[in-house]
Write a protein that binds this ligand. Structure first.
Ligand SMILES: O=C(O)CCC(=O)C(=O)O
Ligand SMILES: [Fe+2]
Length: 257
């Protein structure tokens, strides 16, 4: 507990603008406020633990998803997945070798989980991208990357229009993995072993709202078994702007805005 409080104090002091050589963005009062507000909410939740990391705000919530929820999500991922993609082209064909599944946001089971995650962080659900499932078979991985967008990139104008920068990430493991598949933050110096139901939450921004290169992370190669996760990325603004459809059994009400 003491160590975690010290981590929180030190995080507030760390404001050196480290980056990976690309312009990923500068300070931002809105992103800084989101960082403070979400951390304040997580710090008072008795189910949430702050990770012992000084250079980023990082938390865990063991058992956030029930076994039944994990099983339902695994079945959905298996029924609907495609090879994972990247926003920017990579020269390394092994960079992201998993399969992804865009989970159907308006189905009751996804909506409930989506809203629980948004409520936990205290960020409006409309700021969140659709929950994305990932499946990694043996030897598959997602090499080191940051979840925030590079504001000098070709894809940025489109991202800016659809809610802007990614601030917080929430990622849950749906199963235990016999060997490999940890999520490793080499710069922050922490590694999470997949554990069924565990939610890992981190802020991709620094205290002043600048993208935090210390959140660099890697989905390590799976050595034995299959790894299933769901990831939710929160934007600084509204990602959903249009009419929000209502779910009706067998489909959605599709009135346009
Ligand atoms: O698979 C992992 O452990 C990390 C996944 C990840 O970084 C992501 O989905 O953005
Ligand atoms: Fe990531």
């Amino acid at each position: 507990m003491l160590a975690n409080r010290a981590a929180a104090r030190n995080f507030a002091r760390v404001s050196k603008n480290r980056n990976d050589g690309r312009i990923s963005g500068g300070p931002s009062p809105i992103r800084a406020r989101i960082g403070r507000d979400v951390a304040a909410q997580l710090d008072t939740n008795p189910n949430v633990r702050r990770a012992k990391v000084e250079t980023a705000q990082m938390y865990t919530y063991p058992g956030f998803l029930s076994d039944a929820e994990c099983d339902a999500l695994i079945a959905l991922i298996d029924s609907n997945s495609r090879p994972s993609t990247l926003l920017a082209v990579s020269e390394d064909p092994d960079y992201r070798t998993s399969h992804s599944s865009d989970l159907y946001r308006w189905s009751p089971e996804i909506l409930t989980i989506d809203q629980r995650i948004a409520h936990l962080l205290g960020i409006p659900d409309e700021n969140a991208e659709t929950l994305q499932g990932q499946r990694y078979a043996v030897n598959q991985q997602f090499r080191a990357h940051c979840d925030y967008f590079h504001e000098s990139s070709d894809y940025w104008p489109k991202m800016k229009e659809t809610g802007g920068q990614r601030t917080w990430t929430a990622m849950a493991y749906l199963n235990d993995v016999p060997e490999g598949g940890a999520t490793w933050f080499p710069r922050a110096g922490i590694r999470f072993k997949p554990k069924r139901g565990l939610l890992v939450i981190w802020n991709n921004m620094m205290p002043d709202g600048t993208p935090n290169y210390d959140t660099l992370h890697e989905g390590m190669r799976v050595i034995e078994g299959t790894k299933y996760i769901v990831t939710k990325w929160f934007r600084e603004g509204a990602w959903i702007r249009d009419h929000v459809p209502t779910y009706v059994p067998g489909g959605i009400e599709t009135a346009s805005s």
